[in-house]
Design a protein around this ligand. Structure first.
Ligand code: 9YT
Length: 132
């Protein structure tokens, strides 16, 4: 069993920041769960143009509010606490917070630790973990 606290991740290599967001990665590929689990803050006033071509992502908002716009033509959905969205089609989207949003994010396949978005708004395909 793995038991981990957010406090143990904050300020470590698994607390990853980029423009507009801060991802505290609680469970990673190396934990062997088949998904990664992040407690992510989305800061207000930044348009995050994202398209996870190598991953599926589910995002559950637990604090704050904002919106997600599906590209190229919409629709736009409000995001408030209690809203989940699942990018089951590797959907290209823009995420924007009005107030700091706290999101529980699940990635399949799991991220390995320090991924940030490339120029297309994606994370690289997961490296194959070698059994030792
Ligand atoms: C909701 C979202 O995609 N935010 C960007 C950061 C990412 N989800 C992460 O790695 O936690």
């Amino acid at each position: 069993m793995i038991v981990r606290k957010l406090d143990e991740v904050v300020g470590t290599d698994h607390d990853v920041a980029a423009e507009g967001w801060n991802s505290r990665r609680l469970l990673l590929a190396k934990d062997g769960m088949g998904f990664s689990l992040h407690d992510t803050l989305i800061h207000p006033g930044v348009d995050l143009n994202l398209c996870y071509e190598n991953h599926l992502e589910a995002v559950y908002c637990i604090e704050g509010d904002g919106e997600i716009r599906v590209l190229p033509d919409g629709p736009t959905y409000p995001i408030v606490p209690g809203t989940v969205y699942a990018l089951d089609q590797h959907d290209h989207h823009v995420l924007r917070a009005t107030t700091t949003m706290r999101m529980v994010c699940v990635f399949n396949p799991p991220v390995t630790g320090n991924e940030v978005h490339d120029e297309n708004g994606a994370y690289p395909a997961a490296a194959v973990l070698q059994e030792s």
